[in-house]
Design a protein around this ligand. Sequence first.
Ligand code: NZQ
Ligand code: ZN
Length: 389
Amino acid sequence: MNNFIFENSTKVYFGKGSVKEFLAGSIKEYGNNVMLAYGGGSIKKNGVYDEINSILKAEGKNVIEFSGIMSNPTYSKVKEGAKLARDNNIDMILAVGGGSVMDCCKAVSLAAAYDGDIWADYWEKSGVVYFDPIPLGVIVTVAGTGSECNGGAVITNEEKKIKTGRDYPKCNPKFAIMDPEYTFSVPKLQTASGGFDILSHIMETYFSKTDDDNVSDDISEALMKSIIKNLPAALENPKYYIARSNLMWAATMAENRIIKLGKQCDFQAHQIEHQLGAYTNCNHGCGLAVIHPTYYRKIYKNGMSKFVKFAKNVWGISDIGKTADKVALEGIDALADFIKKIGLPTTLRELGIDDKDILPDIGASCNIAPGSYGDMNKKAIMEILVECY
Ligand code: NZQ
Ligand code: ZN
């Protein structure tokens, strides 16, 4: 293992009935003014809103709502939330939803406590958080980003057409409550895209140096196998608790920094998806599904031993009588087949991008990930985008 420092300050309450059991206790230590933040309204349809609101009221909290947080949350929405938080002297933020709601609230928790422009000082560049953001608690309603156990927040600046993430440990939620039953109502496409996002986070970590034997890669292989088993099962039976609970915890495990220990990490596919999202507002997991196989076919030769390991250990592909090249490609083919099987798009056209002329702008604005096995540059990114089309 390479050297590392590990810290994760989020307390997790996981399991059936966890909101009922632990929400009241978790919010007691914070002041009276609670900002209840959520997305487009799914929590009102599935009963989650009523359950949470009644607990907050029973605790005597003064609830101020911040709703309508969109997928791919925008900097304008962050500013709206920060103003609301300041105007109402918010003592804590309770984010109820998926990655978009959690990320937006992390940025709001910073922006409300900061006098300057947080985009310029904390997203355009990496800043030092020398002050305390408003405390944030989260209740997760969809498995995918793993935002519940890190300080990461991906925000889209719609004017500048930049979607980018930063991870500030001070933005780690104080607590995360995760009831897998809350995810029973997630529609099929979002279940698949969230599930693929989990797989993507693990692959982006696994396919990077070190290639020495290390426990982080071993955990990653186990997590990938779990997703390959549980994601189709959850799609077939959305109320299958075992599948939903395994996916929910795999999402956290992928992004709570544990599998990244001692690893360089890549995240080039994410960098490409982020700019696709900035230009087209596409669904995060769907965009990743289009990019990954093409990206891996481009770089696998530079990470041959890891791609062979992936094929054998994750997909069960035999290497008997085959060259390393063939085994590695069969692993990538297995990944592409899985994407089809779970019903995700495989081309940018299928993703709904009709205008090929925007690809050069997307490619030019995309960050280059230093941890990629490939020798990535803007030309290579453009080639990937064209192949994905
Ligand atoms: O908005 P509502 O009505 O709640 O509906 C949401 C939304 O339409 C729906 N949904 C959520 N829970 C549901 C439900 N529908 C029915 N029943 C439920 N229980 O799901 C849709 C998608 O929600 P969203 O939060 O947008 O999805 P996701 O969790 O995939 O988050 C995506 C965002 O997170 C960022 C992405 O880039 C994107 O902006 N990411 C954040 C990361 C992080 N902070 O660590 C890492 C990721 O790589 C990612 O970049
Ligand atoms: Zn992701």
